[in-house]
Ligand binder design. Structure first.
Ligand SMILES: [Zn+2]
Length: 533
């Protein structure tokens, strides 16, 4: 079935730490439907269900383990629509350390007022609304009606339709958002202050920008808000138009670190300062509007398209702002964290946990830093222009995106590899076979015999790896094509040789391997000492 509209009326009760909701969900049958299967956490009921306005007996549904199954009173033919109204509520799951786990975060502002957020990337949207908990379960539209106690605000996804004030002072915040990722629909509640402005895009449109922050932080909030326009300009220049320009740029301060909630990005980095001169967390989460919300990987297995790209966009922004030295410094910082324990892509249908959690056999953090280093290597291999064209094509599904001529889309690793071929006219399958589908890195082996230097790539599983390499001989750089994975160069016996002096290629590195082993041993030592005390 296709998910057309989710209309969610949610009341948030901070004192009881409870939610009360009415979800009206409309689906179109893409095949004959006899029942609806919807995800809803068992903490939340449901208490009642209607189909097309008619209440069902409780015997018509069951929700034993969070898979709410509703028997339809009569089957829906292919192409027919069905609307279900689900009354639900209770005590939602509480996050212990959001956003690394998920649920509600019931926090307080420094002056003791409620400050509430939700995250759902891992455990799923069903923690607070009945949804289809997988990337393709994205509804065409979500209308939100969030009711909060007097004095609190509820900024959310999409466009603000209006705020209703109830007789007792509670307010209902009405929002409407197009095609949000299921996990990017978010609750954010607090006594927020608001800064707003307008961004004049290089594509001709004007985009409203908002930042909701806690009272008493006006100065820091202004400084962060000042980063919005230049960050937008960067992404619009190197990727393409901001995907949700007809809605808004929205950022909200949260009691957790951050999350890429569509048009209401969560920011919880406490205005940290960094030598690169911008807030990495804001810049990272905001970039997910392109890599995550506009382009969504249909399978969690391909989530390097979100996290690898976003991790790469951090040094890429450093380069945009300050040049190659900042870029190199930021890239090298990331390099030390690449673990190479499992391939980035398994080629199977995977859950979020199977990808993000290394102890479940997934690539874990490698979808971030190794993804970034793979993209760095790819850009150096195919050139800046081709890299930009590949990126734009993947994000928008077309080479010429303009506001209004594209929609959010789903992508995959396979499609990305095809796009590289389309843009460059060459088959780079060998590149992705090694970097995405193998755990170990390729190793560059050098041999010097007399006046001859021979370089050979040793790729995992003996895969072909014809990656050109720059060699610096007594200060002069030559590029070896490495056809067939090997190359030779005449080098005087006493010459000083540096391989790949700009570190353009992600490859095995003895020093980093030893450093990582040393750090691991140090941590084990410290943990053992802490245990004794
Ligand atoms: Zn991210």
């Amino acid at each position: 079935m296709r998910f057309d509209v989710a209309d969610l009326a949610i009341e948030v009760l901070p004192e009881m730490r409870q939610l009360k909701g009415v979800a009206t969900l409309t689906f179109t049958a893409t095949a004959p439907l006899a029942r609806l299967v919807i995800d809803l956490d068992t903490n939340l009921g449901p208490q009642g269900i209607a189909i097309d306005g008619k209440a069902l007996p409780a015997s018509a549904w069951s929700n034993p383990d969070g898979q709410l199954t509703i028997a339809l009173p009569r089957p829906i033919a292919k192409g027919g629509t069905v609307t279900t109204t689900i009354t639900y509520g209770g005590t939602p799951h509480v996050a212990v350390r959001a956003p690394w786990d998920d649920g509600m975060v019931w926090s307080q502002t420094p002056d003791g007022r409620p400050w509430i957020a939700s995250t759902a990337e891992g455990y799923g949207c069903d923690l607070f609304w009945p949804c289809l908990d997988f990337p393709k379960g994205e509804p065409g539209r979500v209308d939100l009606h969030i009711t909060v106690p007097k004095g609190l605000k509820a900024p959310a996804n999409g466009v603000l339709v209006g705020v209703d004030t109830l007789p007792d002072g509670r307010t209902t915040w009405n929002w409407s958002a197009k095609s949000p990722n299921p996990y990017s629909v978010a609750l954010n509640i607090g006594p927020y202050e608001e800064i707003s402005g307008t961004y004049k895009s290089r594509f001709g449109n004007e985009i409203p920008m908002f930042y909701w922050y806690l009272p008493g932080e006006e100065q820091q909030a202004k400084e962060l808000f000042a980063e919005f326009a230049p960050t937008l300009d960067f992404y619009e220049s190197v990727v393409g138009p901001y995907p949700f320009g007809d809605e808004k740029v929205g950022v909200v301060e949260t009691p957790h670190k951050g999350m890429e909630h569509q048009t209401i990005n969560a920011y919880g980095n406490e205005y940290a300062k960094a030598p690169e001169g911008f807030d990495w967390l804001f810049q990272h989460e905001f970039g997910h509007e392109w890599f995550g919300n506009q382009l969504t990987a249909a399978n969690w297995d391909d989530y390097w398209l979100h996290e690898g790209y976003e991790s790469y966009m951090q040094p890429f922004y450093g380069r945009w702002r300050e040049g190659e030295a900042r870029y190199a410094a930021m890239m090298l910082g990331q390099r030390n964290n690449i673990m190479n324990q499992a391939p980035i892509v398994s080629g199977k249908l995977r859950t979020e946990e199977e990808v993000y959690e290394a102890d479940k056999g997934g690539p874990g953090q490698d979808i971030y830093m190794k993804g970034a280093w793979m993209l760095h290597t790819l850009r150096n291999l195919i050139g800046d222009d081709a890299f930009k064209q590949v990126t734009t094509l993947e994000v928008y599904g077309r080479p010429d995106p303009r506001p209004g001529n594209f929609k959010p889309r789903f992508g995959s690793t396979q499609e990305y590899i095809a796009n590289v071929k389309k843009v460059t006219g060459k088959d780079y399958g060998w590149f992705f076979d090694v970097y995405l589908k193998q755990a170990a890195l390729p190793k560059l082996v050098q041999q010097r015999r007399g006046d001859q230097l021979t370089l050979t790539w040793q790729a995992p599983a003996n895969l072909p790896f014809p990656m050109p390499v720059e060699v610096q001989v007594d200060g002069k750089v030559t590029k070896l094509p490495m056809t067939g994975g090997t190359g030779t160069l005449a080098v005087p016996a006493n010459a000083h040789v540096v391989l790949d002096p700009w570190d353009r290629i992600l490859k095995q590195n003895d020093a980093i391997d030893r450093y990582q082993a040393y750090m691991k041993a140090q941590m084990a030592k410290r943990a053992a000492a802490a245990k004794k005390e």
